[in-house]
Design a protein around this ligand. Structure first.
Ligand SMILES: Cc1cc2nc3c(=O)[nH]c(=O)nc-3n(C[C@H](O)[C@H](O)[C@H](O)COP(=O)(O)OP(=O)(O)OC[C@H]3O[C@@H](n4cnc5c(N)ncnc54)[C@H](O)[C@@H]3O)c2cc1C
Length: 441
């Protein structure tokens, strides 16, 4: 999604080559998506990415949310740091991102949600405010929807079935000389250019950087050993001890919602800023296994703090193309689990006091086993943006520290991940990157 967005925005006046490992948009999911070892929290590698033109847009669900202003303040002054850019530096790209994602507005003002006034009045004294997701509609499938534009562009060359195998640095190691690639028939070739952008997702971008060892034994951009570290997801907790009242209007908001402009949205609930360090949102949902009229469960999407131990690294063994397999070790800091339990209790209590259900039992951190935590299909943070190379892999312009003509696009650059589904922010960052690159070439 980042790669094609960048190509579209850069192409007028510039020649762009897009290297896509998979085939054109209509082919089925590549089974090699499942390649890799998982040693930490459970993670179904084969279901959370898609090797084909358009990337994960072929399978994504279209939920749109944006980072909050407060997400840009968290982590500042800590060892790893937070966002080195301001909310407003991305906000100027909100309308452009919204238009590319087929949402007619980038306005996320809470009062746009058409909710009964009584509901707001009941919840607000307990520190809970209704918010919402917008939806990409019709849902963007870039491989299909943008195919005609891409194939007719005289400036964009899309090479499908072209897998980047290695980033080849110059002998001085401060620039990329070429990308070594493999075509679908197994033949190898090199792609040269003045500037290179890695946009292969939060797992494959660090794998490619780590596996590029022929001129840089630790991997490209890995002088401080940070490539692949700080892997973050949005842990989703199903709260076991809260029972929603059958008569509560919140039952309906598990699946439906509408904004005053008539567009679809689904309600979620935020705790007042300051109630917790980690940003989180609650929602009511039914799993696919539940009956359509079953009482929905309370779920929480939560931010996780970056930690070095949560990481992507290389396995000893290679895949069928001779490239080292990836190892994913997804971990969540103990402190985050404690905070997640506290957030779950605060929200459950707030909904109970507002008369929408019953807190059956308080949640303790020890109760939160991996069976209650689910991934959200978001692979973030593995080439984090930072002020210095000691804190991250790319600088405030998404340029890899120490490699002058190499940039990264995608959620791997997020230094803090907030609670929000990432694609809107990925698009904003990518549009910002395109403007920066346009000043260079
Ligand atoms: C099932 C699912 C549901 C989701 N739902 C939502 C949602 O509702 N809302 C939301 O905000 N986000 C959602 N996401 C996340 C969203 O899809 C990602 O945030 C977004 O796609 C990231 O874009 P990207 O460009 O970084 O990566 P991708 O879109 O994954 O693109 C990476 C591309 O790189 C290619 N590639 C990989 N390795 C190589 C290589 N070595 N050489 C050449 N090409 C390579 C891949 O084939 C792929 O085309 C969902 C994800 C999944 C999987």
């Amino acid at each position: 999604m980042a790669g094609l967005t960048l190509a579209r925005k850069l192409a007028p006046g510039r020649r762009v080559i897009v290297l896509e490992r998979g085939g054109p948009g209509s082919v089925p999911v590549d089974p090699t998506c499942a390649d890799g070892e998982v040693v930490g929290l459970p993670y179904p590698l084969g279901e959370i990415r898609d090797f084909r033109l358009g990337g994960s847009s072929s399978v994504w669900a279209g939920y749109i949310a944006q980072l909050d202003r407060r997400d840009f303040a968290i982590g500042l002054g800590t060892e790893l740091g937070g966002w080195p850019i301001e909310f407003d530096e991305l906000a100027i790209y909100a309308d452009e991102a919204a238009s590319l994602l087929n949402i007619s507005s980038a306005d996320f003002a809470p009062d746009l949600m058409d909710l009964p006034k009584t509901l707001r009045r009941q919840l607000s004294p307990h520190g809970v405010g209704p918010q919402y997701w917008r939806f990409s509609k019709p849902i963007v499938r870039m491989g299909n929807d943008w195919f005609q534009y891409l194939s007719q562009s005289p400036e964009i060359a899309v090479l499908t079935g072209a897998r980047a195998l290695e980033i080849l640095l110059t002998h001085a190691q401060n620039e990329v000389e070429a990308i070594t690639c493999m075509a679908a028939d197994g033949s190898r070739f090199e792609v040269r250019g003045s500037l290179f952008v890695l946009a292969s997702g939060g797992l494959e971008t660090p794998r490619l950087m780590l596996a590029s060892q022929s001129r840089s034994p630790a991997g490209v951009g890995n002088y401080e050993g940070l490539v692949g570290t700080c892997f973050c997801e949005h842990p989703h907790l199903t709260v076991p001890g809260f029972e929603l009242a059958t008569g509560s209007p919140l039952n309906a908001y598990a699946t439906t919602g509408v904004l005053r402009d008539g567009l679809p949205a689904i309600v979620n609930f935020a705790l007042d800023a300051g109630a917790a360090d980690l940003n989180a949102r609650a929602h009511f949902f039914r799993t696919p296994a539940m009956a359509e009229d079953a009482v929905p469960r309370l779920g929480i999407f939560c931010e996780q703090s970056p930690i070095i131990a949560s990481r992507v690294s290389l396995a000893d063994g290679c895949d069928s193309s001779g490239v080292r397999k990836l190892v994913l070790d997804w971990r969540i800091a103990e402190q985050d689990i404690e905070e997640l339990a506290a957030i779950a209790n605060s929200l459950s209590e707030a909904f109970s006091r507002a008369g929408h259900g019953r807190l059956v039992r308080e949640l303790h951190p020890g109760d939160i086993g991996s069976e209650l935590i689910l991934h959200s299909n978001h692979q973030l943070g593995t080439t984090r943006m930072a002020t210095t190379a000691k804190q991250g892999v790319v600088d405030r312009n998404a340029r890899v520290f120490g490699v002058d003509n190499l940039f990264v696009a995608g959620g791997s650059i997020f230094p803090r991940v907030g609670w929000a589904n990432p694609t809107f922010t990925v698009m904003q960052c990518t549009l910002r990157l395109a403007d920066h690159i346009a000043e260079l070439v």
